[in-house]
Design a protein around this ligand. Structure first.
Ligand code: ATP
Length: 367
């Protein structure tokens, strides 16, 4: 019943039309995903969107209910096919709570998953893994004598040692404090790329996904809303939720006139949208360039309501006055220390690459 992998183009993972329900609650709907060998893909989304469920299905911890699932071209889950258990899927699991065995040393923990190899090779392979992580000195230590970050690295080494084609990682860094997390993320990515292992990684942290992923699948309420490189998701979001998930935005409403939308901070192009179409204009705080005006305002200008230094950036609350008399309150974020006085008149320029227009009613919108 095994269909052998054909060449290196065979996806390490292919999901086709996966659906999953817990009782009457649908947790996943119409999930399609293909991963190339060595690729790191992040499942990104808010709590409850179905990330963990999807990872558990791939791992074989949940029985597939609908659709099909192939690992290296071999169908391991499809209607009418027998369920292939996790240990027979050649995937490495590193979940948030995948604890080390406390009664085994670091070396023994890593060799544990290498039962298929003869004893000497097992030891050599485990020592190689420790070397790559710079942790050979801890081979004979017991887990409780290691820091959280060290334990995390050993758990990763244990999962990677059998050289799985695919690693499944569920929030593997969430129990670490911020500084350590950055380090371990770095180490993990380095190690994955070095051994050429593909990884499917669950996270709710957009920055973590941007850092780790070759491609991100952004999930929302059981669906994949958009799949693409970090740059594609950030610079060409296909859905308002994709914009808001990467951080706070200013949202204004307007109407398409002559292919553009007038806002109190200038005209915004709306290509492909029908005339008269009602839209929301999403403006990232980074999109606003602020210039202080020396002249006392002769006519109504935009002005600063409040400026706050946040550290690496300054946050400005601005009242913008449009030519048509409309005004809007906006948040701007500028690098470094920029603290104009309250009431200071300003000019505002928009960086169009950080502004996105979406129809309020997607049904009746296309030009
Ligand atoms: P989180 O980031 O909080 O872990 P998630 O995106 O991983 O969230 P899942 O854990 O996959 O989401 O859950 C998806 C939905 O399915 C949620 O509404 C959840 O309440 C529900 N769910 C998950 N596991 C079960 C279960 N064993 N029984 C019933 N409902 C479940």
């Amino acid at each position: 019943t095994t269909e052998p992998a054909v060449g290196s183009r065979t996806p390490v993972l292919a999901l086709d039309n996966i659906r999953h329900a817990y009782g009457r609650h649908t947790a996943l709907e119409n999930i399609n995903l293909e991963m190339h060998p060595g690729e790191v893909v992040c499942l990104l989304g808010p709590s409850g969107c179905g990330k963990t469920t999807l990872l558990r299905i791939v791992a074989g911890l949940e029985v597939l209910q609908h659709g099909s699932l192939a690992l290296n071209g071999k169908n391991v889950g499809a209607r009418g096919k027998a369920h292939v258990p996790p240990e027979k899927r050649n995937v490495g699991l590193a979940f948030q709570d995948s604890a080390l065995f406390p009664h085994l040393t670091v070396l023994e923990n890593i060799t544990f998953g290498l039962k298929a190899l003869p004893g000497r090779q097992r030891r050599r392979r485990a020592m190689e893994m420790l070397e790559q992580l710079g942790m050979t000195a801890y081979a004979d230590s017991y887990p409780h004598t290691l820091s959280g970050g060290q334990q995390q690295r050993i758990a990763l080494a244990r999962a990677l040692a059998p050289e799985p084609q695919l690693m499944l990682l569920d929030e593997p860094f969430s129990s670490l404090d911020a500084r350590l997390r950055d380090r371990i993320r770095d180490d993990t990515l380095h190690l994955l790329k070095k051994v050429g292992a593909g990884a499917l990684l669950v996270t709710h942290d957009p920055e973590e996904a941007m850092f780790m992923a070759d491609r991100i699948a952004l999930m929302h309420e059981g669906h994949i809303l958009q799949m693409g490189t970090p740059r594609e998701l950030y610079c060409a979001p296909q859905h308002p939720f994709v914009v808001t998930f990467f951080g706070e935005v200013n949202t204004l409403e307007g109407e398409v006139q002559h292919g553009a939308v007038a806002t109190p901070v200038g005209s915004v192009a709306a290509p492909g949208l029908a005339e008269g179409c009602r839209v929301q204009v999403m403006i990232r705080p980074e999109a606003l360039r602020i210039v202080e005006l020396d002249e006392p305002a002769l006519h109504k200008h935009s002005h600063i309501i409040m400026a706050k230094l946040l550290g690496r950036t300054s946050l400005l609350h601005i009242c913008a006055h449009g030519n048509d008399g409309r005004e809007a309150h906006l948040h701007a974020r500028v690098p470094g220390v920029f603290l104009p006085a309250d009431g200071q008149p300003v000019s505002i320029y928009l960086d169009p690459s950080q502004v996105f227009v979406f129809p309020l009613d997607p049904e009746a919108s296309r030009a």
